[in-house]
Design a protein around this ligand. Structure first.
Ligand code: NAG
Ligand code: NAG
Ligand code: NAG
Ligand code: NAG
Ligand code: NAG
Length: 495
């Protein structure tokens, strides 16, 4: 796009400007040490492990006989990590104080229309039925049992955040319902974050809860199921952009592993992505794919798969295997608040080598009397990924001044929210001796918020956390030729 002012002219002077065998970066030199070529793609989604783990977890539950009614729905939990079944909490994401907690805002309520999914069996004394044991259990209430009170149960679902389905049934011979709880009702209304079917009627009672030794056992009657028809899309976590709905799960490069959640919770999956340890080559998690596994038509678990390369619909081609079907697959891409943090928009119109001190998004500047102390190169051997990269330190080796790389506009950040600045850095161009004084300082609104003094170093990941004030300014200052600092793949993300 932006062509360099004179890369052809200077090439002819290259020989005379070589000092101690060092070809300065502006003369298309060769880094002192060639890093092993990185395989940025890393690994691809391991669907076999996801599927085999889906057969191991048991996320079925319902209203237990010892829990009182009207408890707040429990927080989303992690039921497996990379093939290992666990019972773990979702990390609280770094976020502004005003941000809502991660919990049950799975499927936001839109209205109050319900379909009956299944009916209960009759009411005669010998009739028996069973309550649902299914995924995404939220909480339960006791509704007035003067009638078979469907209306109050649906109203309870409306009032329960994340409710997609209710199971309404009578539970007999439970002393807590008969004598203890103030509702004095044996009509249980159980809320779920997912829709269940009659084949999931697995709780037949059979417990001794009547307060009399060897007394009658609990049993269930008239267990009906009702699904909400007006569920809107799940909330988009802050700092993410949703992809259009996917037909299958992604099978994509840059895979960082997966967790299972006990609910379809986009906020929880985002919190896990934000807290994932960075990959050495790819950096932070930048995309997640959330989907529901349905085994033999029964919802079984909710996969949250993490990637450092944002995936897209073209790889969403895993529809399941055997009796497991991928449903409700959605992708969310982590927003980068700087554009062209990899400088890839800077090209040479077909040539392999050129440089500049200005692109649409970045300004590379020198102190007074300095010359190209910061610059942007299009040249694959210099880059961490792709073909372009930024350089701090005099590109022509003319001075030992420190250059500055500035993001050209204010960032569209939100005040009082934490952001992560990540980038990859290398200082190996001039070799061990030449790179002794390599350094980079990171400035946020003109304030120094961190610095690195790595000396001679291959490409390495760095991260700094800042609090935004809105419209923030970002600068990198560094280099002191012949100590050269290359920067690539700069990201600013919501923490
Ligand atoms: C990395 O993945 C991309 C997109 O899937 C592909 O075009 C490219 O060839 C892959 N590179 C390597 C080294 O596997
Ligand atoms: C749910 O998560 C919130 C925020 O992380 C925490 O304060 C609360 O104690 C959790 N509730 C339960 C029941 O664990
Ligand atoms: C997970 O751990 C919590 C807290 O230790 C416990 O209350 C809950 O019953 C456990 N869940 C499962 C499925 O084991
Ligand atoms: C309502 O529930 C209470 C408490 O379990 C029970 O005693 C009563 O018989 C029930 N009423 C009806 C009409 O089923
Ligand atoms: C689904 O298939 C798996 C693996 O083949 C098997 O272990 C499981 O029992 C099957 N489940 C159902 C409900 O058919």
């Amino acid at each position: 796009m932006v062509s360099s002012p004179g890369f052809v002219v200077f090439l002819s002077l290259a020989v005379s400007l070589v000092e101690c065998g060092l070809v300065y970066p502006a003369f298309q030199g060769i880094p002192a040490t060639n890093a092993d070529p990185y395989n940025f793609n890393g690994s691809t989604t391991d669907s076999n492990v996801i599927v085999s783990t889906a057969f191991q977890v048991d996320q079925k539950s319902g209203a237990s006989t010892d829990a009182p009614p009207n408890l707040p729905a429990s927080n989303t939990t992690v039921t497996a990590i990379d093939g290992e079944v666990v019972n773990a909490t979702v990390p609280a994401s770094r976020r502004s104080v005003s941000f809502a907690v991660v919990d049950n805002q799975i499927l936001q309520r839109g209205g109050s229309d319900y379909t009956q999914v299944f009916a209960g069996t009759g009411t005669s004394r010998q009739d028996r039925d069973a309550a649902i044991m299914g995924t995404s259990y939220l909480t339960y209430t006791l509704v007035n049992n003067a009638t078979y009170n469907v209306a109050d149960c649906l109203a309870f679902c409306d009032a329960t955040s994340g409710c997609a389905f209710v199971n309404l049934y009578y539970e007999y011979n439970n002393g807590m319902l008969d004598y203890v709880y103030p509702q004095h009702s044996n009509l249980k209304c159980v809320a779920y974050g997912d829709v269940h079917s009659a084949k999931e009627k697995l709780n037949f009672g059979g417990q001794s809860l009547s307060d009399t030794p060897n007394g009658p056992l609990t049993y269930i009657q008239e267990s009906s199921g009702w699904a909400s028809e007006s569920l809107s899309d799940p909330p988009t976590p802050k700092g993410y952009d949703p992809l259009p709905d996917l037909n299958g799960a992604n099978e994509a490069p840059g895979y960082m592993g997966f967790v299972f959640l006990n609910k379809y919770d986009t906020e929880a999956c985002a919190a896990i992505c934000n807290n994932q340890d960075p990959n050495d080559v790819g950096g932070a998690c930048k995309y997640f794919n959330i989907w529901r596994a349905v085994v033999d038509q029964v919802p079984t678990t909710y996969t949250c798969a993490l990637y450092y390369i944002p995936a897209d619909p073209s790889t969403a081609t895993n529809y399941g295997q055997g009796n497991l079907t991928v449903t409700q697959s959605r992708g969310y891409k982590r927003m980068n608040y700087v554009s062209n943090g990899g400088f890839e928009d800077f090209t040479c119109g077909g040539l392999i080598f050129c440089y500049t001190d200005k692109t649409e998004d970045w300004l590379a500047s020198s102190p007074k009397d300095g010359d190209y102390d910061a610059s942007i190169f299009h040249y694959q051997p210099y880059a961490h990924s792709g073909n372009s990269v930024a350089l701090l330190g005099s590109a022509f080796g003319r001075d030992g001044y420190t250059g500055t790389l500035t993001y050209a506009s204010g960032l569209s950040t939100e005040p009082d929210v934490e952001y992560v600045i990540e980038f990859f850095h290398s200082s190996y161009y001039s070799g061990q001796g030449g790179e002794l004084e390599a350094f980079v300082e990171v400035y946020w609104n003109g304030n120094l918020i961190g610095s690195i003094h790595p000396g001679y170093s291959q490409w390495k990941y760095y991260k700094f956390v800042v609090v935004a004030k809105g419209n923030d300014e970002l600068d990198f200052r560094g280099g002191k030729a012949p100590s050269y600092d290359f920067l690539d793949d700069i990201y600013v993300m919501r923490a």
